[in-house]
Design a protein around this ligand. Structure first.
Ligand SMILES: C[S@@+](CC[C@H](N)C(=O)[O-])C[C@H]1O[C@@H](n2cnc3c(N)ncnc32)[C@H](O)[C@@H]1O
Length: 156
């Protein structure tokens, strides 16, 4: 990891954070147990927020996006990668997904609603693949990448 970069990892699961600690030296990552709907980071404290495959597990995704915007410093950028809208019910019943992906318009609306600008939502060009543990069902779901920038209060 580049010297000078500080990383805060947030997950509601201590077990997932333990897995991260196992893979990455703990001294360079500040691991915090917390929920996306109430991120345990001060207002305006970070330059970037990255949320990968989180949002479809969250009860109130629009609130989570507002929280991501809150913790960003002015000029900071949020990047979210997640599933496009799909119809694979087994992902909800077997894998604790709360949402069957999202319409990209929902993401733009939530990012703009959180006060972010330069909002872009587009295809990542990759799919997420998963097999049902209880049958023959197989899911292939495209992944989007969404981003937005917190306006710099010192410029017009
Ligand atoms: C599919 S995993 C992705 C993990 C990680 N972001 C990655 O890219 O490997 C989803 C993660 O979201 C966490 N999670 C689910 N709901 C959450 C919430 N409301 N707040 C914080 N973390 C949550 C789960 O504990 C799980 O670790």
């Amino acid at each position: 990891m580049r010297r000078g970069v500080e990383v805060i990892a947030v997950d509601e699961s201590e077990r997932m954070l333990d897995e991260l600690r196992r893979r990455i030296p703990v001294s360079v990552v500040d691991c915090r147990v917390g929920r996306a709907e109430r991120i345990p980071i001060d207002d305006g404290a970070v330059d970037y927020v990255f949320a990968n495959m989180l949002l479809h597990h969250v009860g109130e995704p629009s609130r989570a996006v507002r929280e991501m915007a809150r913790v960003l410093r002015p000029g900071g950028v949020v990047v979210i990668t997640d599933l496009d809208r799909h119809e694979f019910e087994f992902l909800r019943t077997e894998q604790q997904d709360r949402w069957k992906g999202f319409e990209r318009e929902s993401l733009s609306g939530w990012l703009l609603g959180a006060g972010l600008t330069s909002v872009v939502v587009e295809s990542l060009g990759e799919d997420c693949c998963s097999k049902s543990s209880k049958g023959d069902a197989e899911a292939t779901v495209s992944i989007f990448i969404a981003s937005g920038r917190k306006p710099d209060r010192f410029t017009k």
